[in-house]
Design a protein around this ligand. Structure first.
Ligand SMILES: [Zn+2]
Length: 372
């Protein structure tokens, strides 16, 4: 028996009754649908699951008014719980501060649908709030990822970039203005993040990433790393960051969204689960082994590939969805997790590339480890 418990139907679940015999639960966030055969007594029981009546009161009402036994009530409640249709109404103030609860209510409800109870949704939100995330590269991609992560509740970030804000940056970043020009990107971004949440901790490192730089002490303290640093070039920074992350079992995200990677969905790398940066590099080396570059007829080309801020924002939002999904425990991370892709401007299709983990990879091959 479930004594003294109060249940409610989840905010994200809609219930429909057809012909008084079929109950359909429609899960609004995942678009799932589930139908159950139902009788008149069960309908009366569901009416009592209102976030006010305790289970004792429900047993009493169902027994006296409808001659339904406690066991039968328990069976229906268990069915509704296991199908994630109802959740326990609990005082969660010991787990989450009341102000935080109200700030992140919608997100908690969202997480709850995928996880189960509201309490599990709160615990997922707490995981987001206790994560320390490193952002390598604070341009249009890294900066907007940082901003969305703080909006989602991340409370400690390390920002790494050597650039200063230039005139052209103002058209590509959500939070730069004419007053930002000439200032360090990490400082302008930090100011903006503190406007969203003044209680967060933001560490800034204004530096380039040279081969001699030891970034291991920075990375080993992180729960998650994001690389968008395209200087000296993205392949170099991604390889350097990924190697250290794999060593310390830190999940990381290689974001795209600039130049030839416009509207890229990037890839999340979960050590020893998904392919690492080196696996991707080997994949391209293999697939391009017969490709012979021809001498270009134009000796000197000044290329500026171009871009569109909204395509970059697509990439940053995609990245943040993946990062939050992983941190909140909502991702089913598998070896063949498909994330390297891009949104095509004309057709709006996302095309994905399937890359497998290389068993002989010098960084992540050999030992099979389960997700930490
Ligand atoms: Zn690898």
């Amino acid at each position: 028996m479930m004594i003294g418990i109060i249940y409610k139907i989840k905010d994200s679940v809609d219930l429909f009754l057809s012909d008084d015999t079929i109950l359909t639960a429609y899960f609004m966030n995942s678009r799932r649908r589930k139908s159950f055969r139902i009788n008149g007594e069960m309908i009366h029981l569901i009416e009592q699951i209102d976030g006010i009546h305790t289970t004792e009161q429900i047993y009493d009402i169902m027994e006296k008014q409808y001659s339904v036994s406690k066991d039968s009530v328990d069976r229906t409640l268990s069915m509704l719980l296991s199908n994630k249709i109802i959740t326990e109404v609990k005082d969660l103030s010991e787990i989450i501060d009341t102000v935080d609860y109200y700030r992140y209510t919608r997100q908690i409800n969202y997480f709850s649908e995928f996880l189960g109870s509201e309490e599990e949704g709160v615990l997922a939100q707490k995981k987001v709030m206790s994560s320390h995330i490193g952002i390598f590269g604070c341009g249009a991609v890294g900066g907007n990822i940082a901003l969305q992560l703080v909006m989602a509740g991340v409370r400690e970030l390390t920002l790494y970039d050597m650039d200063i804000v230039e005139e052209s940056d103002v058209s590509r970043h959500m939070y730069y203005s004419s007053n930002s020009i000439g200032r360090n990107k990490v400082d302008v971004l930090k100011d903006q993040l503190l406007k969203v949440d003044s209680n967060i901790i933001v560490h800034t490192i204004c530096s380039s990433m040279k081969p001699s730089d030891d970034i291991e002490p920075i990375i080993e303290n992180l729960d998650f790393a994001v690389n968008t640093l395209d200087e000296p070039y993205i392949g170099y920074t991604a390889s350097k960051i990924s190697r250290i992350c794999i060593k310390h079992m830190i999940p990381h995200f290689i974001a795209g969204g600039f130049d030839a990677h416009l509207a890229s969905t990037g890839e999340i790398i979960i050590p020893y689960v998904t392919p690492c940066v080196e696996c991707y590099a080997n994949h391209f080396k293999e697939s391009l082994k017969n490709w012979k570059p021809k001498k270009h007829p134009v000796v000197r080309r000044e290329t500026e590939i171009g871009g569109l801020a909204s395509m970059t924002l697509f990439s940053t939002s995609f990245a943040v969805i993946e990062i939050i999904k992983y941190i909140a425990g909502l991702m089913e991370a598998k070896e063949n997790y498909k994330v390297r892709g891009e949104l095509l401007f004309t057709s709006l299709k996302i095309t994905y590339l399937n890359v497998s983990k290389d068993p002989n990879c010098p960084v992540c091959g050999g030992i099979e480890k389960n997700e930490a």
